[in-house]
Design a protein around this ligand. Structure first.
Ligand SMILES: Cc1cc2nc3c(=O)[nH]c(=O)nc-3n(C[C@H](O)[C@H](O)[C@H](O)COP(=O)(O)OP(=O)(O)OC[C@H]3O[C@@H](n4cnc5c(N)ncnc54)[C@H](O)[C@@H]3O)c2cc1C
Length: 411
């Protein structure tokens, strides 16, 4: 590599989106030298992670953000989910989950991605111990036995090479770090595009979230601050395109018809965005001197609102392991331990999400009846509800210290 070595760090994180920025903040103050490289700045309209979407944060994620000191900046825009209503259009089965029945304040909180980004990046910019490179283009990643060499170019510093003991791939589903490490990834295209927007309603939402499965794809309606509802509507690509192009009255009519009247009469739709849906799964999350977290490791269908929550637990556990050990941050035993402790959560949430998409997408005769009996049985079973609430809140498998409200401990 021809560029001069300008930085020597323990950990270089490539990708400063929702998961990479959280990981950098968790590692700041750990005593480790950390670099964060991001190609698209927060303020850019093209920022792919902190965009118009909203994210349903489980209680574990809220605790992690509290422990990182950024929850107070998010809270004014956070709307608590106090009940969840699951149904299938045209069928009898309905399941309801109520936070008070589970003895919790809320199942989670819906926060605009831009609010999350602003809170994380403002906190990162105050950390003088971080090497921040944004916007920066990664030119090459070379993984050698003793270190990783990342050649990049930024407007602020020009061409340079950062040498790291560990490279963290937090660079999304098309991860460059994953490709450089030789880790294979499999993709299963769901043949759906999520149309994302928000609407107002003539009824107060009272913290209710709805998941409605329809023959044409699932619709999630999430309560937002300021009495709006976030809409995530998965449709076949051509139907999604038609929804994007429809005028406002036509769009509202289609949504109302597909969702029904349970959440009131919809009005005032916001900006509409589109996200093609696929399951992308790396064959492994670790390789020599490399870790993959967030979407770089697994990008999921948004039906259960689990992708970021899972990725944030990846980030919290990685920060815990790297902080808790002296010496080489890319040590093979440390990486093996990461793969081991995150394996169960990753496999469980991926399987759960994928099964939900396939179960409710299966149009074979007789299956609708079984699904609806299942929903009814679930509705009548307090144990099943308690277990689902616990798992989807992010308390399954080894729980990272930050998600238990504890700080990270140095050796
Ligand atoms: C419609 C929709 C709704 C969703 N809702 C929820 C929800 O309610 N709850 C939930 O938990 N999850 C949800 N998710 C999933 C969630 O959005 C993702 O899991 C999350 O964005 C993953 O974050 P990430 O940082 O791993 O990846 P990304 O968000 O893809 O961010 C990757 C970052 O890396 C940067 N980058 C990429 N390549 C490079 C490079 N070469 N060099 C430097 N930087 C690079 C990008 O600019 C970006 O900032 C939803 C997803 C969709 C599509």
């Amino acid at each position: 590599m021809s560029t001069p070595a300008t930085g020597h760090v323990d950990v270089a994180i490539v990708g400063g989106g929702m998961v990479g920025a959280s990981c950098a903040l968790a590692l700041a103050g750990s005593g480790r030298r950390v670099a964060l490289i991001e190609s698209v700045p927060l303020e850019s309209g093209r920022q792919p992670s902190f965009d118009e979407r909203t994210t349903a944060l489980g209680n574990a994620s809220r605790r992690i953000f509290e422990a990182l000191g950024v929850w107070p900046q998010m809270q004014p825009e956070a709307q608590a989910i106090t009940s969840i209503h699951i149904s299938e259009a045209g069928h009898f089965g309905v399941a309801r989950l109520d936070a008070s029945e589970q003895g919790i304040e809320a199942f989670g909180y819906v926060v605009p991605n831009r609010t999350i980004g602003t809170a994380l990046w403002r906190a990162l910019e105050q950390r003088k111990d971080l090497l921040l490179r944004v916007p920066a283009q990664v030119r090459e990643i070379r993984i050698a036995p003793e270190a990783v060499h990342i050649a990049l170019e930024s407007a602020a510093c020009g061409p340079e090479t950062i040498r790291a003991h560990l490279v963290v791939g937090a660079d999304g589903a098309q991860s460059l770090v994953r490709a450089a490490s030789g880790i294979e990834a499999g993709t299963c295209d769901y043949g759906q595009v999520a149309v994302v927007t928000s609407v107002a309603s003539d009824q107060p939402h009272r913290g209710r979230a709805f998941e409605r499965f329809t023959a044409a794809g699932p619709i999630a309606l999430l309560p937002l601050a300021h009495e709006r509802l976030a809409v995530v509507w998965a449709r076949a690509p051509e139907a999604a395109q038609a929804l994007l192009e429809a005028g406002e009255p036509e769009f509202l009519r289609e949504l109302q018809q597909a969702f029904g009247w349970r959440a009131g009469r919809f009005s005032a739709p916001g900006h509409r965005g589109a996200y093609p849906l696929a399951l992308t799964r790396a064959a492994a999350t670790v390789a020599p001197r490399t870790v993959l977290i967030g979407n770089a490791a697994q990008a999921l269908h948004p039906v259960a609102g689990q992708g970021f929550n899972l990725g944030l637990r990846d980030a919290a556990m990685l920060a815990e392991l790297v902080t808790g050990q002296r010496g080489d941050a890319g040590d093979a035993a440390l990486l093996a331990r990461f793969g081991e402790v995150r394996g169960g959560d990753r496999a469980g949430v991926t399987r759960f999400t994928d099964s939900l998409v396939k179960l409710f997408g299966d149009r074979r005769p007789g299956l609708a009846l079984l699904r609806n009996l299942g929903l009814l049985a679930f509705d009548l079973s307090p144990t099943a509800k308690r277990e689902l609430a616990r798992v989807s809140a992010g308390f399954a498998g080894p729980v990272p210290r930050l998600a238990r409200g504890l700080g990270l401990s140095k050796p």
